[in-house]
Design a protein around this ligand. Sequence first.
Ligand SMILES: *Cc1c(COP(=O)(O)O)cnc(C)c1O
Length: 220
Amino acid sequence: MSGAEARLQQVRAAIAAAAREVRRRPEDVTLVVVSKTHGIDALRPLLDAGWREFGENRVQEAETKWSALKAGHPDLRLHMIGPLQTNKIRDAVALFDVIETVDRPKLARGLADEMARSGRRPECYIQINTGEEEQKAGIFPEAADSFIETCRNDLGLPIVGLMCIPPADEEPSPHFALLREIAGRHGLSRLSMGMSDDFEVAVRLGATTVRVGSAILGGR
Ligand SMILES: *Cc1c(COP(=O)(O)O)cnc(C)c1O
């Protein structure tokens, strides 16, 4: 077993343990292996071991890395987890199965138009800037309710849940709890929260998707 595969199994075991602590089912938590910056050689052991859920933060990099592999592995599920520029919408809708970073009205409208044009409808998450950090993407909490309603009701986007990246220097729990509260108000069942340093906390607070990179693949 490769180092990455062994670490993948350790992370899976830790997710399962955290889920059981709060009487959740381990299989209700999806682990997305964040493969950004890592070449396919580093990912090959995970693919060979049958892993199919990966996250990328740049459209161009993801296309180079995954386009050909997707043709051979139709069960691959690629998550877009980085800021999405409007001029990359067409490529993103074509490649990704999940877009976790719907974070502004112009992007939401562009995604709706492209989904109508192409007929492809990747699952979408709305990114909430729970820490209200100016330099970070995401809708501020006070604007979340109306943005969620616009995306679902006016634009008809397939919104399945919410995503957040807590401030790096803060205790993450209040941010995870806030994300869950906002999702609950809208009957949204999916929460993408938790990274290498805090995925167990996130699972205990209801994460249905955790995005883990360095704890599995090492430093970038
Ligand atoms: C890079 C990244 C991750 C993974 O971070 P690690 O600390 O390496 O696990 C998760 N989510 C997003 C949005 C990222 O950009």
